[in-house]
Design a protein around this ligand. Structure first.
Ligand code: UDP
Ligand code: MG
Length: 314
């Protein structure tokens, strides 16, 4: 009965023209033992070639399909669209730049056969990744683990296998600020991890600009933890207690005859407190903007073209 199962491989691509054919060929070479399909999600690539190559490869192989966003909605939402559409008994998501080695697929599928519903992969080396990315990523995982109750480990990536049951839960989620790595831990289910060596990017540059990385990082914290809001209470408390100390100091100086010369200390205090206030307002603002955006209930993404679920398909 096993061979009737279908695996959907979801690959979000943003300006990955040179990598598309290569990744399909690599997956074919693996000779997966189940029937599979590859679903590319073209995340509003700005080069025409990505689109052309997708068309070509989809014409060549009937098991390759794609959906195309009308604009760039970001990697996480591209993954979400892939999950929303996927018909497979399990879904494997991987990057389109060959940094997630297709050679790991059999091992992931084996875990699925053993009964695991989520197979998470962890990078044990980073390939040629800049020192800045390494350090920021390390610090990030430390921070997110301190702040939220979702255990995330350094090196976790969006290369994972999800059983249909898990995918069905993900389909129901309607969060605009998706952080799938956290959600994968949050949903529960029977989970296992396997390690892999990240390959170097062969073609093109990383599509995660510093801005996109920062956004993802903030989303990961904000959507899984309200602790930063408590931070403002602590900060406020510390400030008010320290201002009492300053008051005492001022009174003592006054009575002991020292005339407080004044403005440098005043400036220090003002800038200190206004800094704290700005930070607190910023934290409030981050949460508030999330509520605001989500309350509009806009679609998470807009699909322009879809060769995946055509009406004549099952
Ligand atoms: N990607 C995407 N939309 C974006 C940015 C990236 O779909 O806005 C895709 C990209 O094409 C790749 C994957 O997400 O398949 C991971 O991106 P990248 O390799 O640039 O990230 P990095 O490996 O540097 O973290
Ligand atoms: Mg990459």
């Amino acid at each position: 009965m096993k061979d009737t199962k279908l695996i959907t491989i979801v690959i979000p691509v943003y300006n990955e023209a040179e990598n598309i054919a290569a990744i399909v060929e690599e997956i074919i070479h693996i000779h997966l033992k189940y029937k599979y399909e590859i679903l590319f999600v073209n995340d509003g690539s700005s080069d025409m070639q990505t689109y052309q190559f997708l068309q070509e490869v989809a014409q060549k192989y009937s098991f390759v399909r794609y959906i195309s966003f009308v604009k760039n909605f970001g990697h996480q939402l591209a993954l979400k669209a892939g999950l929303d559409m996927a018909k497979g008994d399990c879904v494997i998501s991987m990057d389109g730049d060959l940094q997630h080695p297709p050679s790991l697929l059999p091992a992931m599928i084996q875990k699925w056969e053993e009964g695991y519903e989520i197979v998470i992969t962890k990078r044990i080396n980073y390939g040629k990744v800049g020192i800045f990315k390494k350090i920021s990523s390390y610090l990030y995982y430390k921070t997110i683990n301190t702040l939220s109750s979702i255990p995330l480990e350094y090196g976790e990536s969006d290369f994972r296998l999800l059983d249909k049951k898990v995918v069905d839960v993900f389909k129901k989620l309607n969060e605009i600020d998706l952080f799938l790595r956290g959600l994968t831990r949050w949903v529960g289910f029977k989970t296992t991890e396997i390690a892999f060596n990240a390959e170097n990017r062969i073609h093109g540059k990383s599509k995660y600009s510093f801005n996109k990385m920062l956004r993802l990082a903030v989303n990961g914290i904000i959507s899984f933890s309200s602790k930063p809001l408590y931070f403002s209470i602590y900060a406020g408390f510390i400030c008010s207690s320290s201002s009492i100390l300053i008051l005492i100091y001022t009174l003592i100086s006054l009575f002991s005859g020292h005339v407080v010369p004044g403005w440098s200390s005043t400036l220090i205090i003002i800038s200190f407190f206004s800094g704290i206030q700005l930070i607190i307002m910023g934290i409030f603002g981050l949460y508030l903007s999330r509520i605001f955006i989500q309350s509009k209930n806009r679609p998470l993404y807009i699909i322009g073209e879809n060769t995946y679920s055509e009406p004549n398909e099952g």
